[in-house]
Design a protein around this ligand. Sequence first.
Ligand SMILES: [Zn+2]
Ligand SMILES: [Zn+2]
Length: 579
Amino acid sequence: MESVRRAFKVLISRNLAYKIKYAAHKMLHGSMHEHYKKVGGYIEALKSTSPGTDIELVTDPTKHIVPPVFQRLFTCFEGLQKGWKLGCRKVICIDACFLKTFLGGQLLVAVGRDGNNQMYPIAWAVAEGENNNSWEWFMIKLQKCLDLDDGEGIAVISDEHVAIINVVASVLPKAENRHCARHIFAHWHKSFKGDQMKLLFWKIAKAYNLDDFNDALEETNAINEEAVTTFKSYNPKLFYRAYLDISIKTDAITSNMAETFNGYIINARTKHLIYMLEDIRISLMQRLVVKRQAMQKSTSTVCQRIQAKLDQEKTKAANCDVIPSTDTLFNVNYYLDQLVVDLEAKTCSCRKWNMLGYPCFHAVAYIYFLNKEAEDFVEDCYKRETYLKAYAGSVSPIDGERYWLRVEYGLDPPPIKIGPGRPRVNRRKDPMEDPKKPGTLQRTGMEMTCSVCHVKGHNKRRCPNKYTASAPTEPPPKRPRGRPRKDGQPPISHSQVAQSSTTHHNAITQPTQLGRGGRMCRGGADIYLNFVLILVPVGVGVYFAADGSAYTNQGGSSRHVNDQATQSSQVSTLHQATQ
Ligand SMILES: [Zn+2]
Ligand SMILES: [Zn+2]
């Protein structure tokens, strides 16, 4: 609306603006025919540069027209496929995000975790939306690309979308389908509010072993029994660390990775099909190189973030007492806790080592006791070599549109899906989600206090005493400026100085305008007593009369400077200095 006003000098209503936008979309939709005709050429270009790349185009089976209508497109690059198989742990986050063009649709993504606990995008697909069919198609494609078979030894992390749960159960029956704890938490937190409950929830969910888990449950039970009942109604195998499969070597219980990726490609998602896919491809092409080079430069054997975590464990290890039993079995005491660590099986009764694949502090204590290095006991999946394997592959570059094969493949865009109005760009945040900046508090839940009548429950605007309340009382007198004087008298304020100086020395000053180009001028020695300082801006003439008074031509007419009662602080300060 504003741009219309600026460009055409016409005011339009919001309603009209939306109507125009819709009409424009319809016209653009026509131009989309051209865009989708190029899809065939784009796919050919990708396939010719890297034959192992898996791309599948699906047309809408419900529309029997020529040309066919675009429905879905799956992409999984060869370099990422191989990299994931060789260098990543067997955990996949799957999630869907909305595309921001007027054609609607969603992007289904599968994201892994690299050795440095960062995201490793594997595959993505444009689909008409989240439903049983689209997820099934996506999972079957993914299964084929990554050789997942029946999902043995694989963990899939997702939100609680019914379609995903059904599909994972049918396509990868043996996979561990972890539900994102953050989504569950958001749901649970609605009925059980407060920071204390929040801490308790994560304490339960993040407990590595059953004993910690039960302790945390009991703690919650003492506060709110209902909360625990609700907690127990969730399937424990879904997201409590205490119940998870330890062979996968990851403690991830949230689908953060997928959401990171969704944020990573947020700008790409506002573009049309080919431009979006190109954006994603290019950013990943770069990412692989950047990550590979960064790791090649580093000298450590363990990935950076894991090393940092290990260093934390090392600090804690100083508080442990070690009592060996055999060469590899031993007791570790940590304050009142006593645990058994098995160095050969790489386990500790706290289960952290079992689950994560790098030693917990109990184990580090014993490793140090044996004069060994903790880094040697870290699983291979966190090592430099494995990481480099994951990033060894590449996404191959392709030629620009001009060089693509002229593939005669008619394809129509999907129908316009979203309604009129401005689509959201950013993710819709859950109201209970943490504010972005950790130190800031949300204003919701804070009690208002009225600034007029000081009664809680309403603010100034809704105050019943708004008009009847007396005028605000005079503010307390300000403390005079300056350092308090030693003799106990209040410091001399500037007006006092000015007045006293006027009486004592008969000083005459001009209200200063000593700004740009201002200058000071001084009277001669004989008039010094009368004209201590005269500050005038350039262009203002000062005439010294014979009787000792001065005139200026400021303001068009002559004014007698002596009459100027106001004294500028600057002048008086200067005057003080001359005393
Ligand atoms: Zn331990
Ligand atoms: Zn009030």
